[in-house]
Design a protein around this ligand. Sequence first.
Ligand code: NAG
Length: 224
Amino acid sequence: MAAVKLKIMALLLAGCSSSSGIMPNIYLLNIGYNDGIVYATSSSSIVNSNLPQVLGNFVGKTNFEVRIGYFALCTHVPPESWLCSPNATTLAERLAAVEDPLNILNVAETFRQKIVFPYLLVTSAGLAFVVFLLTMPYPPLLKTVSIGLCFVSVVLVLISVLWQHTASVAASTVVTNLGEGTLFTGVGLTSMVLGWMSFGLLTVSLMGIYLFVRINSVISHNVG
Ligand SMILES: *[C@@H]1O[C@H](CO)[C@@H](O)[C@H](O)[C@H]1NC(C)=O
């Protein structure tokens, strides 16, 4: 199970880093154009009700989409295939102004650089790996240290996943509203599931190690 959990965390961090396989589907947030359609927005707090139409005419017909991973972005102009890179400049060079009239690639890159923070998750995965090495042998080495490291790893992954979740939902809501019906956004379901699964599995590991150590100390106490 320890190996599964490390693989899940690695997959989450590697999201969008390659155009092949499922990588473009592991993203925190996606932003795209509605292909010339302007979805009606209605709210009594809208002051300028002409804006959706004006913006719709300006945007025109494009279905460009960008997805944001921890370390890279993926872009896509259907029906072309995905193009992923950690370097947003490379991606921008391949696009025309009519494909991305509102500069959502830049919005995506800003979100990735300023809001997405992968290093808590990286640290957590590192600690989980150390715990994995310590608990491999029988009996486990440095039991108290293992429990402590595992606890820190659980807390870091929890902060990281909450951060990822909150930031993505917030950005998604704001971008959809500013797009006035010309943009769609979404929170990456696969990333959320992977993030919360890492948290769940690490918590189970923590309880497992703790119980194992407790039970063994009770047994050795009774035998001794
Ligand atoms: C990104 O790519 C551009 C050209 O495509 C290059 O000039 C730039 O140095 C690259 N940036 C990084 C950080 O690799």
